[in-house]
Design a protein around this ligand. Structure first.
Ligand SMILES: [Mn+2]
Length: 256
């Protein structure tokens, strides 16, 4: 039998969107499993009521955080100003907005000899959305090096991302690549459960060793999260509450 080094586990969370009850449920679950390294793939803020607290918690807990589209949009003043965005910006305050603006685009790790890349939406930028069930060639483009990801020597073997709020995994076996989406902690649009991923392997290791991706979905107090939004008189409360309860995107509510 080949002796392997002990395996490390890394949690990858994303799309918290100011939902602190969901974030706390996920962080408790991570801690209970004895996992100490957490990365966050962006969209800490917006949509939900507690953006400021979500930023402060993630900043304290996460080894690395990348910028999402909501983080990017919240960081700049709008012309003309959107009242909803303005509400979230006021909760955050100037120092947190500057923190969000300065977040990196992507993070590269080496795990069990595999190059793992983590970003929010796609290698094109935070605003280019790619669903998991796009054609094979489009899935493959998620592995390209671009000015946004930084032009590293090698393309990644594994890509993990957030943005779509739908967790899942695709094997691009013809190219020996794995694409996974970690889902959303605070605004899931697949099942009304807080979702995140766990990577297991030898961190920094170039040797061949086991590598796995696990998707975790866990119940949390959805009604507590809605109650916080009610208490804070958050704008766009109704569609938010319905999304949390049903995990159906507000634009699709009529058709599903
Ligand atoms: Mn998002």
């Amino acid at each position: 039998m080949v002796p392997f080094r002990a395996l490390d586990r890394t949690a990858v969370i994303s799309d918290i969107h100011g939902n602190v009850p969901a974030l706390e449920a996920v962080l408790t679950d991570i801690e209970r499993r004895g996992i100490r390294t957490v990365y966050c793939l962006g969209d800490l803020v917006g949509k939900g009521p507690q953006s400021a607290l979500a930023v402060d918690i993630c900043r304290g807990v996460c080894e690395g955080v990348v910028r999402g589209n909501w983080d990017d949009v919240a960081a700049r003043p709008q012309t003309p100003p959107s009242p909803t965005l303005q509400w979230h910006r006021e909760q955050l305050g100037e120092a947190r907005l500057r923190y969000l603006e300065a977040l990196p685009n992507s993070i590269d790790l080496l795990m069990s000899g595999k190059r793992v890349r983590l970003f929010h939406a796609s290698p094109e930028g935070v605003y280019t959305r790619v669903y998991l069930d796009v054609p094979y060639e489009r899935q493959l483009e998620m592995f390209t090096n671009t000015p946004f990801t930084g032009n590293c020597l090698d393309e990644p073997d594994v890509v993990g991302y957030g943005d779509i709020h739908v967790a899942g995994m695709v094997s691009l076996y013809r190219h020996r690549k794995t694409l996974f989406n970690v889902g959303s902690v605070g605004n899931p649009l697949d099942e009304p459960l807080a979702t995140y991923a766990i990577l297991e392997g030898v961190v920094g290791g170039t040797e061949k060793a086991p590598f796995s991706v696990q998707l975790v979905r866990l119940p949390y107090e959805v009604e507590d999260a809605i109650a916080v939004a009610v208490e804070m008189n958050m704008p766009e409360l109704k569609p938010y509450a319905k999304e949390l309860r049903t995990a159906v995107y507000r634009m699709d509510q009529g058709s599903r």
